[in-house]
Design a protein around this ligand. Structure first.
Ligand code: MN
Length: 182
């Protein structure tokens, strides 16, 4: 019954999860997860301490550094080299958080985040986007807010700051509190 596996864009998390559950042959009961869930597609048991994180960063060295920090903490990392790649990844994946470099080729972090926010008006979901900035510039804060970003980390990333940030999003996901867009 191929009919059951058809998905229409934009794909909502719940629909995607349902389709995957159907494909995996999960029972109705197992699928009866509230549609507001921001959790992983395939529930591994315990509510997620581990986040599915997209890292959009055009600098390969920085990319590796961030990925290593995250993976050491048990999180799942997907990499993108530009804003455009980040959008493509988001379309296909199910992320809890995006770490978005501001300066990238093709499409920068501000532009990509603005597109994500536009799409969310349709889907009604919220994917937190945290900016990665080389240095905190005056006026950047306003631009980040305008673009719909949830926060920022200054590069080079200090492990302690990263831990603080991740804690916030792990809690947020566990409590299933929709972001107030702080
Ligand atoms: Mn960059």
């Amino acid at each position: 019954m191929a009919e059951n596996f058809r998905l229409y864009k934009p794909i909502r998390r719940a629909e995607l999860r349902d389709a995957i559950c159907r494909a995996l042959g999960a029972s109705e009961q197992q699928r009866a997860i509230p549609s507001t869930t921001q959790g992983p597609l395939v529930d591994a048991g315990e509510p997620g301490e581990f986040l599915n994180i997209l890292v959009a960063e055009d600098n390969a060295v920085n990319q590796r550094l961030v990925a290593r920090l995250l993976e050491k903490r048990g999180h799942y990392v997907t990499l993108a080299f530009s804003g455009r790649e980040a959008l493509q990844a988001i379309e296909k994946g199910n992320f809890d958080l995006v770490l978005m470099d501001i300066q990238m080729p093709e499409m920068d972090g501000f532009e990509a985040t603005a597109v994500i926010c536009e799409n969310e008006k349709v889907t009604g979901t919220h994917l937190p986007v945290v900016a990665l900035t080389a240095h905190a510039m005056k006026g950047d804060e306003d631009r980040r807010r305008a673009a719909g970003m949830d926060g920022y980390l200054t590069k080079p990333i200090r492990p302690q700051e990263l831990d603080e940030l991740l804690k916030k999003y792990v809690l947020r996901r566990e409590e299933r509190i929709p972001s107030a867009g702080d």
